[in-house]
Design a protein around this ligand. Structure first.
Ligand SMILES: Cc1cc2nc3c(=O)[nH]c(=O)nc-3n(C[C@H](O)[C@H](O)[C@H](O)COP(=O)(O)OP(=O)(O)OC[C@H]3O[C@@H](n4cnc5c(N)ncnc54)[C@H](O)[C@@H]3O)c2cc1C
Length: 309
């Protein structure tokens, strides 16, 4: 119920303007957002790297409605890739296709995403295409396939809550394109297309993890980034790789900046590859609301900031 409410609120423009103006919500957002500027975010990456934690930088933004805004988002990504190179901090980047104009023009979106992937290749790094709500799933996969046919430094995200994801995994594996970040899924989807029960989402995530790490998938070049803070998902992955003698560098775990930092440090100390998703920028509102939707306790954390000096 609360989850649905916060996901609904994440789309309201008047709410966005209000929340962005309130000083206590801005302060609270810093729990999940690395800063409003690229240099601040790069310093966070440097700090993570010092703890043997890898990173992927995300310049927050989604749902742009003009080509000019899409081009401006693209310029921002080129700038952050320059900073990654100049600062000597190895970091991937993650982006959303609606930020690159997917709803404005598929051609413009492809042109801009290709230029970011090319720039990333020059810098020696990697671009992850985030997955958004179900109206964008098919088009996001189509753009990904077009990019992956040309570039090897690009990957996609799949969501375990969608019924279709098992087929998507199998198809990408057979096409040799399964460079996949697997997550549970952060949007509100109807029961006609997504598992409504958390237990079923969890079971599907374990099944998909095993598919992605199986001998056949790895023989086809599949690479899994298991993106979760759920200890049971993490333990299931550790157990599967131990039982199948899969080396620790043949896959990675991923978590979000500011969430379960204890677990992040533990995995890094145990020698697993761990990458943290580091969002930054002033368009933090929808991202922030999705984090509140995931965990009602975060709402009390936000309210407590109201009373702090
Ligand atoms: C690196 C990364 C990239 C992602 N990219 C995408 C994407 O492209 N598309 C997409 O739809 N979703 C994405 N997600 C979000 C994902 O789909 C889930 O919504 C989110 O990760 C919560 O699911 P969980 O696996 O952590 O499990 P859950 O069962 O939701 O949570 C397990 C435990 O993790 C902790 N936890 C989880 N969320 C929070 C939170 N917000 N605050 C505090 N503690 C929390 C709690 O201890 C909780 O008990 C991404 C997640 C990660 C980690």
């Amino acid at each position: 119920m609360l989850r649905a409410l916060f996901i609904y609120l994440s789309k309201l423009r008047w709410m966005r303007s209000l929340i962005l103006k309130l000083s206590f919500t801005r302060k609270a957002s810093r729990r999940f957002v690395a800063g409003e500027t690229a240099p601040e975010a790069v310093e966070v990456v440097r700090y993570l790297n010092q703890q043997n934690i890898l990173a992927t930088l995300d310049h927050l933004g989604e749902d742009v409605h003009t080509e000019a805004d899409a081009r401006s988002a693209c310029d921002d990504y080129v700038r952050i890739l320059d900073l990654i190179q100049q600062g000597g901090v190895p970091s991937h980047v993650s982006l959303k296709l609606t930020q690159f104009g997917l709803d404005v023009s598929g051609d413009v979106c492809r042109e801009l995403v290709a230029s970011v992937i090319e720039k990333a290749a020059q810098v020696g790094t990697f671009v992850r295409i985030d997955m958004e709500g179900a109206p964008h799933t098919e088009r996001t996969l189509a753009v990904y396939r077009d990019m992956r046919k040309i570039y090897s430094n690009v990957g996609i995200v799949l969501q375990a809550y969608l019924y279709r994801t098992e087929d998507d995994v199998k198809r990408l594996v057979s096409e040799g394109m399964a460079h996949v970040r697997l997550c549970k899924g952060a949007y509100k989807e109807p029961a006609s297309i997504a598992f409504p029960r958390k237990a079923d989402v969890d079971a599907n995530m374990v099944k998909l993890m095993q598919l992605m790490l199986g001998d056949e998938a790895r023989a086809h070049g599949a690479y899994l980034a298991m993106a979760t803070h759920d200890v049971r998902m993490i333990e299931a992955t550790k157990k599967f790789v131990a039982e199948h003698n899969i080396p620790k560098d043949a896959f990675e775990f991923q978590m979000l900046y500011g969430i379960r930092r204890d677990l992040q440090q533990q995995l890094a100390a145990e020698g697993y590859k761990l990458r943290v998703y580091v969002p930054y920028g002033n368009e933090w509102y929808p991202y922030f609301m999705r984090r509140l939707a995931e965990r009602p306790a975060n709402i009390w954390f936000v309210l407590s900031n109201f009373f702090r000096p």
